[in-house]
Ligand binder design. Structure first.
Ligand code: DHB
Length: 391
C-alpha cells in the first residue's frame, strides 16, 4: 500500500536551494516537506565551491542571528587576476562597495540542515523521487529508504534536485530539455593541509592553462588547475600535482602540504527551456548549471529561491498568481547574466586545447583591457559580488 503525505509545498532536493526555500516558507507559516535521495552524511560531505555573494550571506542571516559565513567564514574584498606572471588586484570595495565571503557550500548545508531539523521541518533523507504528476494538486511519486512507494500530495512542487533532476522532465517534457554548451576542459581540484599561499583568491592564466588558488582555513587550502575532462584523478602523484599547479601560477610560490582530497569537475553551461509548468517550478542546478569559474552556481540557486519564496507567499497566502507567472522571466534575466559572466571568465582565463598563437595574444589583450579599464574592473567586481536582488 502506498502511503500518502499531504503538505502545502513538496520540495524535491535538500541542497542549499531546497533547504533555504523550506526555511523561508516556514517563516511565512507555509508548511513543506523536503525529500532527498542522499543520506544526510552524503549531503554534508559533498565538496563544492566556497564563495558566497553578499546577497546570499544576507539571506542566510535570516537562519539565525548572523550566518556562520560571517562568523566562521572570511570576508574577501578583492581577487587577483594573474597573467604573464603578474598579479592585478580587482578591489571590490573601491569599484562596487560590496564584498564576498569564503565559506564552503557543505558548511552552508550543515547550518541549514541543523536549523531546519531544530525547527521541526519534515526533512527526509534517502527518499527517491521517481516522477511528478502535474495537476491542481501535483504529486511526487517517491520511494522511501526501504524502497516502499510513497506519495506526497501538495499545492505546489519545487524541483531543487540538482543537475540530474527528476522534476525537470515534469516541467520541460524531457530530462535534457534546455540550452547547453560543453567545454573542452575541466578542473582538477585538491584540498591540502598547508597554510594559505595568498590572502585573496588568485585566478591565474598561463601558457599551461588556468589555475585557481583558493582557501578554506588557516590550515586547509583549496586549489584547482585546468585539465583534460577525461583525466583520471588518480593519475598524478602528489609531486606531479604540485608541479602542475605551480607552473600555472608563475610569480607566486605555492605553500605545499599533504593533499588529502582530489576530484575532477567537468564543465557545462545549461539552462532549462522552461522553469515552470502549472504547479511545478525548478530552482538551482535543476534549472541551470554554470561552469565554476566565478563561483556563481550556489549564488544563482539562492537568487532563484528568493524570487520563488516570494511568489509562493503571494500564491498560497493571498491567492495572487502574478509573481509566480513572472518567475520564469524574472529569474531568467539573472540566470543569463550569470551564464554570460561564467562563460566569459572561463573563456578569458582558460587555454583551449586548439588555441592558436593569435587566440593567446587576443586573450592577453582582453585580460589587459579588463585590469586597465575602470569599466572592466567594475563589471568583473559587480558580477562577482552579485547583482542586487532587484535585478
Ligand atoms: C572556489 C570555487 C570557484 O569556482 C571559484 O570561482 C572560487 C572559489 C572554491 O572552491 O574555493
Amino acid at each position: 500500500m502506498t502511503t500518502t503525505v499531504r503538505t502545502r509545498v513538496a520540495i524535491v532536493g535538500a541542497g542549499p536551494a531546497g533547504l533555504l526555500l523550506s526555511h523561508l516558507l516556514a517563516r511565512s507559516g507555509i508548511e513543506s516537506v523536503v525529500i532527498d535521495r542522499r543520506t544526510r552524511d552524503e549531503i554534508e560531505s559533498t565538496i563544492r565551491a566556497g564563495i558566497l555573494e553578499q546577497g546570499t550571506v544576507e539571506l542566510l542571516d535570516t537562519i539565525g542571528e548572523a550566518s556562520r559565513a560571517r562568523t566562521v567564514g572570511h570576508r574577501h574584498d578583492g581577487i587577483e587576476l594573474r597573467f604573464e606572471g603578474e598579479g592585478h588586484r580587482i578591489d571590490f570595495g573601491e569599484t562596487v562597495g560590496r564584498a564576498v565571503w569564503l565559506y564552503p557550500q557543505h558548511e552552508v548545508l550543515k547550518d541549514l540542515i541543523a536549523a531546519r531539523l531544530a525547527a521541526g521541518q519534515d526533512l527526509r533523507f534517502g527518499v527517491t523521487a521517481e516522477a511528478i504528476d502535474d495537476g491542481d494538486r501535483p504529486r511526487v511519486l517517491a520511494r522511501d529508504v526501504d524502497g516502499q512507494p510513497f506519495t506526497i500530495e501538495a499545492e505546489f512542487v519545487v524541483g531543487s534536485d540538482g543537475s540530474r533532476s527528476v522534476a525537470r522532465a515534469a516541467v520541460t517534457g524531457s530530462s535534457q530539455g534546455g540550452y547547453f554548451r560543453e567545454y573542452p576542459f575541466a578542473w582538477f581540484g585538491i584540498l591540502c593541509e598547508a597554510p594559505p599561499s595568498s590572502e585573496e583568491l588568485i585566478y591565474s592564466n598561463s601558457p599551461d592553462g588556468f589555475a585557481l588558488v583558493s582557501q578554506r582555513s588557516a590550515t586547509v587550502q583549496r586549489m584547482y588547475f585546468q585539465c583534460d575532462p577525461d583525466t583520471d584523478s588518480d593519475a598524478f602523484s602528489e609531486a606531479q600535482l604540485w608541479d602542475e599547479l605551480q607552473k600555472r601560477v608563475p610569480g607566486t610560490e605555492l605553500t605545499q602540504g599533504p593533499i588529502f582530497q582530489r576530484d575532477v569537475l567537468r564543465f557545462r553551461s545549461f539552462v532549462a527551456h522552461e522553469l515552470r509548468r502549472g504547479r511545478i517550478a525548478l530552482v538551482g542546478d535543476a534549472a541551470h548549471t554554470v561552469p565554476p569559474t566565478g563561483a556563481k552556481g550556489m549564488n544563482l540557486a539562492i537568487a532563484d529561491v528568493r524570487l520563488l519564496a516570494a511568489a509562493l507567499d503571494a500564491l498560497l497566502l493571498r491567492g495572487d498568481e502574478r509573481p509566480l507567472d513572472a518567475y520564469p522571466e524574472t529569474a531568467s534575466r539573472r540566470i543569463w547574466k550569470a551564464q554570460h559572466f561564467s562563460w566569459w571568465m572561463t573563456s578569458m582565463l582558460h587555454v583551449a586545447p586548439d588555441a592558436t598563437d593569435f587566440d593567446r595574444r587576443r586573450q592577453l589583450g582582453e585580460l589587459r583591457t579588463v585590469v586597465e579599464s575602470a569599466h572592466g574592473r567594475a563589471y568583473l567586481a559587480e558580477a562577482y559580488c552579485g547583482w542586487p536582488s532587484s535585478e
